[in-house]
Design a binder for this molecule. Sequence first.
Ligand code: FAD
Ligand code: MLT
Ligand code: ZN
Length: 477
Amino acid sequence: MAAAFETQNAELALAMEAVVGRSGVITERADMVPYLEDQRGLLESDARLVVRPATVEEVAEVVRICASRDVPIVPQGGNTGLVGGSVPDGSGEQVVLSLSRMNRVRSIDPLNFTLVVEAGCVLTQVQNAADEAGLLFPLSLASEGSCQIGGNLSTNAGGTAVLRYGNARELVLGLEVVLASGEIWNGLRTLRKDNTGYDLKQLFLGTEGTLGIITAAALKLFPKPKEQCTALVAIPNAAVAADLLGWLRDAHGDAVTTYEYMQRPCLDMVFTHIPGAREPLDSAYEHYLLVEIGAPGAASDMGARFEETLAGAFEKGWILDASVAATEAQREDFWRLRENITEATKIAGASIKHDVSVALTDVARFIERGSEALAQVMPNGKLIVFGHLGDGNLHFNLNQPDDMEAKAFLGRSVEISKVVHDIVVDLNGSFSAEHGIGRIKRKDMAAYKSSVELELMRTLKRTLDPKGLLNPEHVLP
Ligand code: FAD
Ligand code: MLT
Ligand code: ZN
């Protein structure tokens, strides 16, 4: 039996090599490791092989080879996903299809404000291509140096500029996709208006590689902000955050790009584990916001107006203290605090993550109820609360207590997550606002999604991937 499997694998590798060349196929276990380790180190994973096609035709041929042999495929971008969606299961029967060699910028049209890139372009490469043309591609997340645009679109990534520019989905005009059949759909349109039937690209945005493999995308570009102001603000509690955001938007409109929340323990973890991070204000506070505004035109009085707006909020009692970055280095210091929370908490130990959203007006109520509930079920757990408050999206994570082993702590994940997700659902929120479902949150889909919704999703899956070969056992319970 094992020998037959070995023979099949060798034959599969040869068929793949004929398409992508010898260097495009990885079969040695040791060389596959980077493609098998999930970002959080939670999952068992193995694969028949890793295949790295360099063109859309190669991707299509690889998919046809797998389909003819009933071999399941896990598409992989930068492998920075936090829900185990980008790694195969432990069976050793699946193939990882890495998009990393499909990394060309195909075209840019600055006057049309559009950019066409291949799925394997790293997000910073996409940002830089826009920047070189004097424009902005606004998607921004702490993993931008390694995540790929194909992964961003497949997860409908969020990040720190959603308030102004929307999620990844909203930045897309067209897609090129390889379907489960191995056919290529060329939907790479660069039109802002196109009502010709169903908007098919939506089938592949945020569906985590379960309905097709994105190979290229036509993206929207924006005018680049000419002036930016960044402030680190201490607030008395989370309840004032919605009022303060309303005040800022009233004064600066859509120029408010970033509105990120961090509780004190996040900063303490960053100070402990990330070299160069330091206390941002003269005193220590419990609640912080990182606020950024940016204007495309040369609004020379923006800094002064921003200071005035903050002073007005101070008088209202919504701000305790604030510092507006005076130099690029100071701005980077503020961002370093925010962007290193995930890394610092990872170094600190095991983490049970929740990536939730509620209406902006319910954020403070959620934090209060969630914090009380977790203090009851695990009094020594380290609660790490931060996130994209302007979008009502919080990362409500629990790090392992000092007196508990990681394995025992993670063994309580289901119980702890149920406590948090029940509160979210009670507040009409989402138990998965940003990172997707992957393999880790499928049980929550079963618990919280209606049977009508789940059946509609299964209908789409059966229609587009009748053999169930694209990311099987991901997303749908
Ligand atoms: P991968 O992890 O490789 O894959 C993610 C999913 O997409 C998998 O299901 C995979 O099968 C599928 N997939 C990948 N490429 C394709 C493709 N071309 N076609 C079809 N399916 C594909 N996420 C946010 O949304 N906001 C954040 O602010 C954020 N911050 C992060 C910070 C850190 C430090 C880290 C480590 C992660 C963060 N993430 C964040 C999570 C992660 O970076 C995003 O989900 C990102 O969009 C994943 O991109 P990737 O290329 O790494 O995809
Ligand atoms: C972030 O916003 O930094 C990530 O999405 C958060 C996380 O690691 O949970
Ligand atoms: Zn996030």
